[in-house]
Design a protein around this ligand. Structure first.
Ligand SMILES: [Zn+2]
Length: 98
């Protein structure tokens, strides 16, 4: 009858006050961390932080991909500019001597 009493996954003698939203394990007051209104176990919190870190890393590369590409390609741009100037100068010299 009624709700089955659940106990903490880490402390079998303590009643669970919530369920971790990540691991779905019942957790007691001591094991629970409330964050943005939901319960996290220590394991769940670690998983969430790892996920958030991975997400931030992806965002960083998406935002800075153009900059990274420019830096990587900059020697190529300089080489093309140098080759272009050199070609124009050679063309002008050839025209002058003709
Ligand atoms: Zn506990």
């Amino acid at each position: 009858m009624g709700l089955k009493k659940t106990f903490c996954i880490n402390h079998p003698d303590r009643p669970a006050v919530g369920i971790c939203v990540i691991t779905k394990n019942p957790i007691c007051e001591e094991c629970s961390t409330r964050y943005n209104g939901v319960n996290y176990s220590r394991e769940g919190l670690a998983i969430m932080r790892a996920r958030r870190k991975a997400g931030a890393g992806r965002r960083f590369w998406r935002d800075h991909a153009w900059f990274a590409a420019m830096v990587i390609l900059s020697p190529l741009w300089l080489l093309m500019l140098y080759a272009g100037v050199f070609a124009i100068m050679r063309w002008l010299m050839q025209r002058g001597s003709a």
